[in-house]
Write a protein that binds this ligand. Structure first.
Ligand code: PEP
Length: 263
C-alpha cells in the first residue's frame, strides 16, 4: 500500500489543510514537551513568526528514564488545543499507548509515532483507524524496510495519510545522540510514495547541529523538517540542549527558503 510500485506519483499529506509533500518543504516547530500554557504559546508564537505552518509538542513523552518528566498527558493536549486556537497552527503530537489513541486523536491534527514505538504493532493498527494523519518516526535501530513495513501496518487499517520521519539511527558514534541517515530520504522516497521529513533536533541532540542538519535535509530533498524550540531552553524539562531559541529558528527558516523545493 505504501510502495511506489503501485503508486508512482509521490503523495501529499494534508494536516489541518497544511500540505506535506513533494511541492513544498514544510517547517514544523514547537516545544519538545508541553510544560506550561505560557511556554507552549511562546514557543508557538516563535514558530509561527519564523514561518512554521505546523506546531509540534509532546503531551505524552516516552522518556528513557522513568524519573524524567513524562509529559502533562491530557492537560498538555488541552494546552495545545488552546494554543492552536490562538495561533491557528495545527498540532502534531505523540501518542505512546494504543489505549490513548482516541483521546489524543480528539485533540491532535496529526498523530506522531515515536522511534521507540515504530514496531508497536497494536499502536500502529490503532492509529490506522483513528482518522487522523500520522507521522511515523524511524525506529532508532530499524532498517528502512522495517520502517516501511510499519507504515504498511497503518495503511492496512485504511489510513494512507502517513508521513515518514528520519530521526537518526543508533551507530557506534557517540559525538551525536544518533546518526542522521540522510540517505534514508531518497531511498525511502524511491521505495514509497509517502512524504519523508527529517528531525534534525532529535538526531543530533545538540543545538549547534540543528542548522547544518537542516541544510542537509533540504539539500537531500526532504519534504519537511521538525524542529524543537523553547523560549528558555535552560529551563526546559525535556531536551533543552537541542532546542532552538528565536533568532536561531528565524535563521533556519531563512536558510530553508533559499532552497527551491526539490522534486
Ligand atoms: C519527539 O519528537 O518528541 C521524540 C521523542 O522523538 P523520537 O521518538 O524521535 O525520539
Amino acid at each position: 500500500l505504501v510502495s511506489r510500485e503501485n503508486h508512482p506519483e509521490r503523495s501529499t499529506v494534508r494536516v489541518g489543510g497544511v500540505p506535506i509533500g513533494p511541492d513544498t518543504v514544510t517547517l514544523i516547530a514547537g516545544p519538545c514537551a508541553v510544560e506550561t500554557p505560557r511556554q507552549t504559546l511562546e514557543a508557538a508564537e516563535m514558530a509561527k513568526a519564523a514561518g512554521a505552518t505546523l506546531l509540534r509538542g509532546g503531551a505524552f513523552k516516552p522518556r528513557t528514564s522513568p524519573y524524567a518528566f513524562q509529559g502533562l498527558g491530557e492537560e498538555g493536549l488541552r494546552i495545545l488545543a488552546d494554543v492552536r486556537e490562538k495561533t491557528g497552527l495545527p498540532i502534531v503530537t505523540e501518542v505512546v499507548d494504543a489505549h490513548d489513541v482516541e483521546l489524543v486523536a480528539s485533540y491532535a491534527d496529526m498523530l506522531q509515532i515515536g522511534t521507540r514505538n515504530t514496531q508497536n504493532f497494536a499502536l500502529l493498527q490503532a492509529v490506522g483507524k483513528a482518522g487522523k494523519p500520522v507521522m511515523l518516526k524511524r525506529g532508532m535501530s530499524g532498517t528502512i524496510e522495517e520502517w516501511l513495513m510499519s507504515a504498511e501496518y497503518i495503511a492496512q487499517r485504511g489510513n494512507l495519510d502517513i508521513v515518514l520521519c528520519e530521526r537518526g539511527i543508533r551507530t557506534f558514534e557517540t559525538a551525536t545522540r544518533n546518526t542522521l541517515d540522510v540517505s534514508a530520504v531518497p531511498v525511502a522516497q524511491r521505495l514509497s510514495h509517502l512524504p519523508v521529513i527529517i528531525d534534525p533536533s532529535h538526531s543530533g541532540g545538540r543545538r549547534d547541529l540543528v542548522l547544518p542538519l537542516t541544510r542537509a535535509a533540504v539539500a537531500v530533498g526532504a519534504d519537511g523538517v521538525i524542529i524543537d524550540v523553547h523560549p528558555h531552553p535552560e529551563q526546559a524539562l525535556c531536551d533543552g540542549p537541542q532546542a532552538l531559541v528565536n533568532g536561531d529558528l528565524r535563521e533556519l527558516a531563512r536558510v530553508m527558503r533559499q532552497f527551491p523545493p526539490l522534486l
